[in-house]
Ligand binder design. Structure first.
Ligand code: UDP
Ligand code: MG
Length: 314
């Protein structure tokens, strides 16, 4: 077995030494043949220096440095393209994905699964955040045609063919949780206790999370568009009924001026709905615009030692 461990790093200079220690105590017991692929996602601190230094002193540690910050999804993709292993693990640099868990994950892969995903519980997380997340994943699984479990993140191990499947998906807008689920194959899950970030800061703000959420909902289907048809139909039927009522009233009882409330309510509700779905349509249009440009997902500024992409960009 040859194991590749792909680790996206963005401004992780302070966590890298700790990551190094953690990996050193775990990896030798797991795989004799292995490589660690550190992807520097355009960090603005000394991450690249740290990564260079690490790869210089330890064999089997390789790195790619991207030309700018392309985001975690692209960094993972870059790592996967360079990974040579027949088993590939993906984990965060900040030790929120405890490497010891690989001891439980890899045997499952050996027993025939193509993907093993680590699910974290939400212990120690603000109540509101965990509630919103749970609700969101319920909604996502209902609406989208992919099954993404709450707490299942990017900490996974994959077989070669699962990675090749992910690499063959060409979309620019990569909601990787969904992509991993979309490719199928037998997937096992392993739970672990939530750990808070050791040092440095999370790159997620509330705004980014909301955008990520919208991405997830829109990336996999056109159900929001379908929903607009149903709602439009519903509104049309409702207004037909109301128009009939008004016209009949006018015919039977003459002038009927009052109706300010209904008028305002009608205009406001319909206006709101129209704007919402104009936004939905625009969102899909924007996605099409981004996709048709077929831009590469990242550029490599520097890599080493002896690291070449295994799978070419399509
Ligand atoms: N990351 C990255 N590019 C980015 C943002 C994050 O490569 O633009 C990496 C980061 O270095 C870490 C992982 O993705 O290894 C998870 O990031 P973070 O800890 O900020 O996210 P959280 O754990 O809060 O979901
Ligand atoms: Mg983190």
């Amino acid at each position: 077995m040859f194991l590749s461990v792909v680790i996206p790093c963005f401004n992780e200079e302070r966590t890298l030494p700790r990551l190094r220690d953690a990996l050193a105590s775990v990896l030798p017991g797991i795989a004799q043949d292995r490589e660690v692929i550190l992807v520097d996602d355009g960090s603005t601190d000394r991450t690249l220096e740290e990564v260079r230094r690490w790869s210089a002193v330890e064999t089997g540690v390789r790195y790619v440095s991207l030309s700018r910050n392309f985001g975690k999804e692209s960094a993972i993709l870059a790592g996967l393209r360079h990974a040579r292993g027949d088993r590939i693990a993906i984990m965060d640099a900040d030790l929120q994905h405890p490497p010891e868990l690989l001891h439980r994950m890899l045997p499952l892969l050996e027993s025939g699964y193509d993907q093993v995903v680590a699910r974290r519980d939400r212990r120690g997380e603000p109540l509101l955040r965990s509630m919103v997340s749970r609700l969101y994943y319920r909604l996502l699984n209902r609406l989208a045609d992919v099954n993404v479990q709450d707490g299942a993140g990017d900490f996974r191990v994959l077989s070669r063919r699962a990675v090749d499947a992910v690499l063959s998906l060409r979309e620019c807008n990569r909601f990787s949780k969904g992509l991993f689920s979309w490719i199928g194959f037998d997937t096992a899950a392993v739970s672990f206790r939530n750990v808070t970030r050791q040092s440095g800061r999370s790159k997620w703000s509330v705004g980014k999370l909301v955008n990520y959420g919208i991405d997830g909902l829109l990336s996999f289907n056109n159900k929001p568009l379908r929903l607009s048809i149903y709602l439009g139909l519903f509104a049309a039927v409702l207004s037909c009924g109301y128009v009939g009522h008004v016209v009949l009233g006018a015919l039977s009882g003459g002038e009927r001026i009052p109706g300010y409330t209904t008028l305002v309510a009608g205009v406001a509700v319909l206006g709101g709905m129209q704007l919402l779905f104009l936004g939905v349509i625009g969102e899909y249009l924007g996605r099409i615009y981004l996709e048709v440009k077929r831009r590469p997902h990242f550029f490599v500024k520097e890599s080493g030692p002896e690291l070449m992409p295994v799978r070419q960009q399509r």
